[in-house]
Design a protein around this ligand. Structure first.
Ligand SMILES: NC(=O)c1ccc[n+]([C@@H]2O[C@H](COP(=O)([O-])OP(=O)(O)OC[C@H]3O[C@@H](n4cnc5c(N)ncnc54)[C@H](OP(=O)(O)O)[C@@H]3O)[C@@H](O)[C@H]2O)c1
Length: 262
């Protein structure tokens, strides 16, 4: 890749930085569509976020930046505008810098997630979904699932209060979906989604008991690394359809390209 003064520059802001893959995925995507755009991860500590963003605002060849753990929520106070989707989810994962230097945040996680299911021919409309996790990504997937027409959505989380708060927020916005928080047996669901970080480390326990889940059900794990988590390996061995986190990230690339286009 040749980076010149004509190249559009983007960054991915993170702390820690080692796990970041979005920059590589973005560089590969923009290279594949012949766009002269280069992306670098930058290691930004939470206390420095405001200073870094104020500086990015002044850099005229910066077209935008991605934000990941732990900046997705705190970034909002440093932006000029956020989209309705980002407001609903309460988090931003991509920011565009307009030609005038305004910073606009969006959240593409939900649309990327639903697009990844559609690419694997997994229908959400009228389906019964068990979601594990109610963190930043879990908020996005829950709103995405309701928007996509899930008939029923049960949200389970270690911190039960967060699951209840998310269920209430989704139910208020999407009354057609029956949303609740609590525990449930995975075998009675069409789609089981892990949005927790359990599975990133090899010795993590499974985020959900999938005993009895087999053919006819889909298990999705949004963890990107490893590409096949223990949950997915177990689900595949039981005959379920499985989808990892990479398709969700990949699906966001076309959305980013459209979002940052000036
Ligand atoms: N594929 C993609 O495009 C994509 C996009 C975004 C995120 N992700 C991945 O999604 C995962 C979560 O990210 P996030 O931004 O939502 O993180 P987060 O906001 O920190 O949320 C973490 C979630 O995991 C749960 N959790 C963490 N440790 C746990 C444990 N020991 N036992 C039970 N539950 C535990 C948390 O439960 P509590 O609420 O109880 O703490 C919470 O629900 C990460 O692996 C991230 O890389 C993937």
């Amino acid at each position: 890749m040749e980076i010149t003064g004509k190249t559009k520059i983007m960054f991915v802001l993170a702390d820690p930085i080692d796990h970041v893959r979005a920059s590589a995925v973005m560089n590969a995507y923009f290279g594949s569509i012949g766009d002269d755009l280069a992306v670098s991860p930058i290691h930004v500590l939470p206390g420095d976020l405001g200073h870094v963003i104020a500086s990015l605002r002044l850099m005229r060849n910066v077209f935008g930046f991605g934000v990941t753990i732990p900046h997705k929520t705190r970034v909002i106070e440093h932006l000029d505008e956020i989209t309705p989707a980002a407001r609903l989810i309460g988090a931003v994962n991509f920011v565009k810098r307009t030609a005038e230097g305004c910073l606009v945040g969006d959240n593409l996680d939900a649309r990327g997630f639903i697009a990844s299911l559609a690419q694997h021919e997994v229908a959400v409309r009228n389906r019964k979904v068990l979601q594990v996790g109610a963190g930043g990504a879990g908020r996005a997937t829950a709103f995405g699932l309701a928007e996509a027409g899930a008939r029923e959505l049960i949200i389970t989380n270690r911190d039960d209060g967060k699951a209840h708060a998310l269920a209430a927020a989704v139910a208020a916005h999407y009354p057609a979906t029956k949303v609740s928080a609590g525990r449930a047996e995975a075998r009675s669901f069409d789609l089981i989604v892990n949005t927790t970080s359990l599975g990133m480390k090899p010795d993590d326990p499974l985020p959900v008991d999938i005993e009895g889940v087999g053919a006819g059900a889909t298990v999705s794990d949004i963890i990107v690394n490893p590409a096949v988590t223990r949950l997915l390996a177990r689900a595949a061995a039981q005959g379920a359809k499985v989808i990892g986190g990479n398709p969700m990230l990949d699906a966001q690339m076309a959305l980013v390209a459209r979002f940052i286009a000036r």
